[in-house]
Design a protein around this ligand. Structure first.
Ligand SMILES: [Zn+2]
Length: 384
């Protein structure tokens, strides 16, 4: 199902191809996030036009609303949301541990109250796999215990042990036809725990492996370390997915460390505050300096927003809270993330990724405010 086509000569970057039931995915890939069954503010036609290969859906949110019965009646998630391509579903572990009010962690799952109306619910390996089977996603994730970065070493160890027990249970559950299942490596920024967790999961033989417990509010060096502590123990011929990451510069750095798949809410989340991603870093379209700037968000960008609208007009739309403004910034940001990945693939194929990485990092200036928004879900219980 996964073909490793090339490993870069100067970094650990990889070029690959992942075949799923709903289509072939070229890696490294960015996966736009459709938490509630929709990539916020974008429709499927726009997603296809900008080169989206796969999107994410979320077990926890879709299970709470609209509920499994409706999605089953629709004929699965692809049909319900009218998305023809591959879908990866998160297991709900991250949301249960970050959004919900946990009542009790039990041997086979977590009893919790819905973050919406307080309904008492239960989600464990068996339930998470059953939900993902009904959703019919191309790639299902195991149900894991994802502790915050403030967790003690003892808590992280307990989370690893629970994650491994639950991964085994997930592995034994029936799947939808053609559905792949990925294991999730936990272990925080502890090298020994990452190694132990990765090795044990690899023995269980999953179709791919995710690096979890990142994007949980930890500083960037710790996030990089968590990835570096994990990848050496993952099989070379299977896909690797860094969950919830990152900024464009972080994605370039993670590709260089051997990661193949990414998902992140940032492109659509910051768009809602009028912030755009460019190759030089983020820019506030709402800022006064754009008042009479009749250039596009980013010169040379081929997205629909940059081909048609000026910064001055978009700033106006954002200021008067017209929906088109945030839609167009979402179009640009998602396109930008997808294009960076396309460039990365082109450069790995041409053997010029190391130069591309150097130039990209040199011109990209990270914004602290945007960096701090990455782990917002875990810290503040935001909407995604
Ligand atoms: Zn653009």
């Amino acid at each position: 199902m996964f073909e490793l086509l090339k490993i870069d000569a100067h970094t650990q970057a990889r070029l690959g191809r992942l075949t799923t039931k709903h289509g072939v995915i070229d890696t490294p890939v960015f996966m736009p996030v459709g938490t509630q069954g929709s990539v916020k503010a974008l429709d499927p036609r726009e997603l296809v036009e900008m080169g989206t290969q796969i999107i994410l859906g979320n077990t926890y949110h879709l299970y709470i609303r609209p509920g499994l019965e409706i999605i089953a009646q629709a004929g699965g998630l692809h049909k319900f949301i009218t998305w023809p391509g591959p879908i990866l579903t998160d297991s709900g572990g991250f949301q249960v541990f970050s959004l919900a009010k946990i009542r009790k962690i039990k041997a086979h799952g977590v009893e919790f109250r819905s973050h919406l109306d307080g309904t008492l619910l239960f989600l464990g390996p068996k339930e998470a796999m059953e939900i993902q089977r009904t959703l019919g996603s191309d790639i299902a994730m195991v149900f894991d215990d994802c502790p915050p970065h403030t967790a003690t070493a003892k808590d992280v160890r307990a989370a690893v042990e629970r994650t491994l027990r639950w991964a085994k249970e997930c592995r034994e559950q029936p799947r939808a036809n053609g559905q792949m299942v990925f294991g999730i490596v936990q272990g925080g920024s502890h090298a020994a725990l990452r190694e132990e967790c990765a090795k044990a999961l690899v023995q269980m033989k999953f179709d791919g492996y995710a690096i979890g417990g990142v994007s949980v509010g930890e500083p960037e060096p710790e996030m990089m370390k968590a990835v570096e502590y994990t990848t050496p123990f993952l099989p070379e011929d299977q896909p690797r997915y860094a969950m919830g990451l990152g900024t464009p510069a972080q994605m370039v750095e993670l590709v260089a460390r051997g990661v193949d798949m990414f998902d992140c809410v940032l492109p659509t989340r910051v768009a809602r505050n009028g912030t755009a991603f460019t190759r030089k870093g983020t820019v506030s379209i709402k800022a006064g300096f754009n008042k009479a700037d009749f250039r596009p968000i980013e010169e040379g960008c081929e997205c629909y927003a940059c081909r048609n609208f000026t910064r001055a007009y978009l700033r106006h739309l954002l200021n008067v809270e017209e929906i088109l403004g945030l839609r167009m910034v979402s179009v640009h940001n998602s396109h930008m993330y997808l294009k960076v990945m396309e460039d990365i693939r082109t450069h790995i194929a041409a053997g010029t990724f190391a130069e591309f990485r150097k130039e990209f990092i040199a011109s990209y200036v990270p914004t602290q405010r945007v960096l701090s928004m990455r782990g917002q879900t875990m810290v503040r219980g935001a909407d995604e």
